[in-house]
Design a protein around this ligand. Structure first.
Ligand SMILES: Cc1cc2nc3c(=O)[nH]c(=O)nc-3n(C[C@H](O)[C@H](O)[C@H](O)COP(=O)(O)OP(=O)(O)OC[C@H]3O[C@@H](n4cnc5c(N)ncnc54)[C@H](O)[C@@H]3O)c2cc1C
Ligand code: SF4
Length: 497
């Protein structure tokens, strides 16, 4: 029997490693050549795998590290050396992956035993038992149920601190004299540098490799967690929705890539935050806000994805087909907010949640871009992108291609950006204008979006207030809005927005 670890299953104490001393890791180049991935994404995954190989060998495992073009080629070599071997694998969360891998193994005379994925707190059986056959599940209910079950931030049967949700206190913008908390850098060692060199020579990529500073080992990921809890968790809650010019991290944890590669487990991350509250080192608003993201949203999207695939990846409730504006690819734009967000992605393979949701997705949403093209863009551009997490976030939360996650789209005008950031003050466009040559492109697109999608959206969830504003607009106003929208689309197509 051999344990097969995929490149995102790298926790050295995973239960899949129990009672074994033989491990297989496969570095397959064909997967990495499928898209023009960010060099930091490919460098991160391959460097983390190579470091895990060395750490497991040091811990006494016999690790077979096979480099090949495809999984099939590597498995040919494996079964030539170990005919009829049984491979034990943690069930991968991405749709269809387990079946595809099993076919490859059985075609070579082996067997594949799938075991529970311990990178998540809530198993598929537990989620299905909670949700039943009803697909109208909502995050808030799931979150409260899992918090109770896991006894996280609970005071008996009541939420610790008295509230389940501190969102109201968590929408602040930092004062002008805020001193930004420090962000750790994990400078590449020789092995990581060599891996990054190989990646940039071997593959067509999109993005810069020079700023690479991601944790690639378990000790580095633990340092990243400690650093976050000590320096940024205290202000995580208050400023989690804020955006500042020139700042990519603010008080965010930057832990998603480590969690998604298995370098950190969700329970230890949640426990570290709760412990900070017990030590009076972070306020309840921040700790609850963080627990909500990791124990709530991360687990929720994984299961809703599982329950709604493959339809999730194919449908679009709003039937859009426009090309994604070229500014997503070259960051050439006068729109200060999008310039900032796309540049963050290009330089680091990262943008924080509100940039992803309220800038990068929101613009594509109101513009009417094909959500599947946006999904592709997120997949190749982000270091933490994996199908099970990117697809539900982009197609569900980000663009409302499905209503499985939210009852209404996260659509907004420039007003939201102005409230939550300092971008508008530095922008060529006027955030207070909806029409005319200098008007913020978000504004006319927003009204046009509501108008175009009225048939689908007017009756949904909490859209009533927005449509009461739509109803008050005169024909003359609509003519000016449509004229501005046509101009914005022309500029976006020509790369001059
Ligand atoms: C359009 C869009 C695309 C996204 N794509 C990805 C993706 O490819 N990979 C990814 O891991 N997350 C994705 N997210 C979720 C979230 O934005 C990132 O997890 C987060 O920004 C990562 O940065 P951080 O570690 O600093 O997170 P923090 O803001 O510090 O949050 C803490 C942790 O909570 C978890 N988390 C928070 N929100 C979500 C969520 N909605 N779904 C899953 N986990 C969540 C992450 O593990 C994150 O590390 C996406 C969100 C949107 C709106
Ligand atoms: S004015 Fe509009 S385009 Fe400019 S930064 Fe503000 S929201 Fe973005």
């Amino acid at each position: 029997m051999t344990v097969w670890l995929l490149g995102d299953q790298l926790h050295p104490e995973s239960h899949v490693l129990d009672d074994t001393d033989r491990v297989l890791l496969i570095e397959a180049t064909a997967v990495a050549a499928r898209r023009p991935y960010h060099p930091q994404k490919l460098g991160l995954v391959f460097a983390a795998m190579r470091h895990a190989r060395d750490a497991l060998r040091e811990a006494g495992y016999a690790v077979e590290y096979r480099r090949a073009e495809t999984f099939g080629d590597a498995l040919d070599a494996h079964f030539a050396a170990h005919p009829g071997d049984d491979l034990r694998l943690m069930r991968p969360p991405s749709y269809g992956a387990a079946d595809r891998l099993r076919e490859l193994v059985t075609a070579r005379g082996g067997t594949l035993s799938l075991v529970r994925d311990d990178r998540f707190l809530c198993s598929s059986d537990a989620f299905d038992e909670w949700a039943g056959d009803d697909d109208s599940f909502r995050h808030e209910n799931f979150y409260r149920w899992l918090r109770r079950r896991e006894d996280v931030l609970m005071d008996g049967t009541e939420p610790a601190g008295g509230e389940w949700n501190y969102d109201e206190s968590n929408r602040e913008t930092p004062p002008a004299d805020w001193s930004l908390p420090p962000v750790p850098r994990f400078d590449p060692d020789d092995l990581t540098r060599e891996t990054l060199d190989w990646v940039t020579e071997r593959f067509d990529t999109w993005g810069e490799r020079s700023g690479f500073a991601w944790p690639v080992t378990r000790p580095e990921a633990l340092d990243a967690l400690d650093h976050f809890v000590e320096h940024r968790l205290p202000e995580f809650g208050a400023y989690q929705d804020a955006m500042l010019g020139g700042e990519y991290a603010l008080a965010h944890s930057l832990l998603s890539s480590s969690l998604n590669l298995g370098l950190l487990g969700p329970r230890e991350v949640v426990d570290a935050a709760v412990d900070a509250w017990h030590r009076d080192a972070a306020p309840i608003e921040s700790v609850e806000g963080f627990v909500r993201q990791v124990l709530g949203w991360r687990e929720f999207v994984r299961h809703v994805y599982r329950r709604t695939m493959p339809e999730l990846a194919e449908t679009d409730l709003l039937g859009r087909s426009r090309d994604l504006p070229t500014l997503y690819y070259d960051a050439e734009t006068e729109m200060r907010c999008l310039d900032e967000a796309v540049t963050h992605v290009y330089e680091r393979g990262y943008a924080h949640h509100i940039e992803r949701l309220m800038l990068l997705s929101n613009f594509a949403l109101v513009y009417g871009a094909d959500p599947h093209e946006l999904n592709e863009w997120f997949h190749f551009g982000f270091v933490d992108a994996f199908h099970w997490v990117t697809t539900p976030n982009v197609l569900g939360m980000g663009t409302f291609a499905t209503d499985a996650f939210t009852s209404k789209p996260y659509a907004s005008s420039g007003n939201y950006v102005d409230r939550m950031s300092d971008h508008c003050a530095d922008c060529t466009y006027d955030v207070d204008a909806t029409t005319g040559a200098n008007a913020c492109p978000f504004n006319a697109l927003y009204w046009d979006f509501l108008d175009r999608n009225e048939g689908t959206l007017r009756g949904t969830g909490r859209m009533g207030l927005m449509y009461s504003h739509v109803d008050r607009k005169t024909d003359t106003e609509w003519d000016a809005i449509r004229e501005r929208v046509a101009e914005v689309r022309r500029l976006a197509r020509d790369g001059r927005l």
